[in-house]
Design a protein around this ligand. Sequence first.
Ligand SMILES: Nc1ncnc2c1ncn2[C@@H]1O[C@H](COP(=O)(O)OP(=O)(O)O)[C@@H](O)[C@H]1O
Ligand SMILES: [Mg+2]
Length: 456
Amino acid sequence: MAKVKIEYACTACGFTSPKWLGKCPDCGQWGSLVEEVAAAETKYRVASEGFPASKPIPLADASESASERALCGIAEFDRVMGGGVVPSSATLIGGDPGIGKSTVLLQVAEGLAREERKVLYVSGEESEAQVKLRASRLGVSGPGIYLMSETSVERVIAAASGLSPFALIVDSIQTMFTSDLPGAPGAVGQVRECAGRLVFYGKKAGVSVFLVGHVTKEGTIAGPRVLEHLVDTVLYFEGEKGHPFRILKAVKNRFGSTNEIGVFEMRATGLAEVADPSGLFLSDRSGETSGTIVFPAVEGTRPLLVEVQALASQSFLAMPRRTTLGADTNRVVLLCAILEKKAGLSLYNQDVFVNVAGGIRIDETAADLPLLCAVAGSYKDQVIPSGTAAFGEVGLGGEVRTVPMAESRLNEAAKLGFTRVILPASNAERLASKFPLALVPVHHVREALALMGKGG
Ligand SMILES: Nc1ncnc2c1ncn2[C@@H]1O[C@H](COP(=O)(O)OP(=O)(O)O)[C@@H](O)[C@H]1O
Ligand SMILES: [Mg+2]
């Protein structure tokens, strides 16, 4: 919750003080200071200042210009945006420091600054020289890109008004400040106020605004999601440290689906699109070790094959460890309990480690079955044949349940040369098309575990 800023003002002479005083030091009157909400009430009046007042217009007369999207030419980015950048829209891009937000936006700037369009890139963190240095490294050039190193939101808006660019990129919103509000840059009030003004400016002036937001320790942009309702689109840029892969996800999109993801690889020359992420995530797979299986995940509408790895080793701790990377720890604890109770594996004295290769994170319940197969495979030291993939949700009774988008998962597995897929029986019954794969329907985890080590 943002705190309301309280001030005390003298009813006699207008003197203001940050704390309550019995006697006004200005006019000498006693008991004249009253509580007032400072600045908050001026906020939206200020945001709309300098623009003509809006009038109601009939729906039929409203212009549809918002539907003419501009493509930035980076297919993965355009897809996540819902098919290009909508004019006058506001987009927030969040992500950990160093993940590549400035990099991708500079590349997007280049893509947008074509066809005589201008893009203003404002950096509050770096000097023009530093941005230029990155631009040279990325090979970004073009007459339409303008750089500005500035932190005052008033000056940014004034500069943008003078230039009238197609897009205004502000890197980052946490460095922007307005002198109309108390508080240092990065304070919740400042961040919200600056974002509000930039978004308002963009809507009125027909400029697409991109705001970079740093993610806080809690994993949200600028504290309690203060910005997310202000903008049309919220993108998160994710990736594990030490892995070159970056995933761009839309978590809110007024102009498109929030299901799409874009996959990029960080290179010295910038972010490169990855058109075939499954092939990439599986490229290091050896296939001859126990405790690994491939899971055909679906990120949005896009199937993605990932390798799930597990290691169960004897524990010397009173409380055996359950450590996960890229999967939900609570889910793994639950799956271990199911293995213990319903499949008779004694994991109580085993440390269990789970890893999803490639630095991707899976949150789907469809990953239950492959996670469980991987843990059991490692515990029994059984090699699951390398052409096998699995998906399915597992209930507390050990039953294997239906998951959505089975056909896309099977298509992707077939495309990458998999020969056998273990899947929920209920999904197998409903499949409309034929697949060049051996389908192994299972009702219960026991059936899935009995299959391991067999076939190929
Ligand atoms: N010379 C370089 N060669 C290769 N990669 C680099 C180089 N300089 C920076 N990078 C990559 O760019 C990343 C920083 O990207 P940046 O766009 O500045 O992130 P953000 O704006 O999200 O903080 C670094 O983590 C690093 O992976
Ligand atoms: Mg940056």
